[in-house]
Unconditional design. Structure first.
Length: 292
């Protein structure tokens, strides 16, 4: 029941501090620790107890939540001497919200199990304003019983809950897929803006093109087509796509602009042609990655 379980929160960067504040506001007794003690002040003002080590924080809690920067930080604060795992009570549940490697995620799951504790991989997706507003999304992987026990707590900071499986690495992989899409989209936007600027096209028109592209329902059609390998029904052929990508590269080259995404596309489309797929749907070039 909400308010009965004590929660320890470790890692009070911008995301972590916002998440911890939402947990406290939801009525949970809260114990916190951060490597830089000055970052605990806002939580102390909300009534949280501040401890001197990760182990000391974990020793007082039924649920432990970590929000750390990466694999090295997680290893140091969770697994080393005076770390979270050393202080956790038998049967306590640790929810790891950091973006870390799938290998470390599974290692944490195994290490917690060996120690008689429980680990749920729960990396969060969203920016700081979403964390402040308690509107994050999270991918969860762990023992179904512990996941359900933790769900009300998790919902205080991430109401968008997606359970992806029992192996912690599955949640880590799902989060990395999200970050790959975000990074790729930013790169594509940046190349598009650079091309528009170099060509003297107004920023307003470039923005209109970008907004139209990302709102286009055709993207959903390609998700289905590529996922199902439906390449025999060609809306636009590989040979046509290769012709257009070459035109794109020529036009950008005339402006002394190198488009790395276009170069990668050309290589994949040329592979599709070499595979005899000239008349298949041009989205079939994505099979190069599946066959790599």
């Amino acid at each position: 029941m909400m308010g009965k379980h004590t929660v320890a929160f470790v890692g009070l960067g911008k995301m972590g501090a916002a998440m911890a504040a939402n947990i406290k506001r939801a009525g949970y007794p809260l114990v916190v620790w951060n490597r830089s003690p000055d970052k605990t002040a806002s939580l102390r003002a909300l009534g949280a107890k501040v401890t001197e080590s990760p182990a000391a924080a974990a020793a007082e809690a039924d649920f432990v939540i970590s929000s750390l920067t990466g694999d090295d930080s997680v290893r140091a604060i969770v697994l080393e001497h005076n770390g979270l795992l050393a202080g956790m009570r038998p049967g306590a549940i640790h929810i790891g919200t950091s973006t870390i490697s799938p290998k470390l995620s599974d290692e944490l799951g195994a290490t917690h199990t060996e120690a008689g504790r429980h680990y749920i991989a729960g990396p969060v997706a969203g920016r700081v304003p979403m964390a402040v507003a308690a509107q994050l999304m999270t991918f969860l992987a762990g023992n179904p019983k512990q996941v359900e026990m933790a769900r009300p707590l998790i919902a205080t900071y991430a109401p968008g809950i997606v359970v992806v499986g029992e192996r912690p690495s599955q949640a880590a992989m799902a989060k990395l897929i999200v970050n790959f899409l975000v990074a790729s989209a930013m790169d594509l936007i940046g190349q598009t803006v650079a091309w528009g600027e170099r060509a003297g096209i107004s920023s307003e028109l470039v923005s209109q093109i970008l907004n139209g592209f990302f709102a286009n329902p055709a993207a959903r059609d390609y998700i289905v087509k590529i996922g199902q390998r439906d390449f025999d029904t060609a809306g636009f052929t590989v040979s046509g796509g290769l012709k257009d990508v070459r035109l794109i590269m020529e036009a950008a080259g005339d402006l002394k602009l190198s488009l790395s995404s276009a170069e990668a596309l050309r290589a994949k489309l040329e592979w599709a042609v070499a595979s005899g797929w000239q008349e298949k749907d041009w989205s079939s070039f994505t099979e190069m990655d599946r066959n790599s």
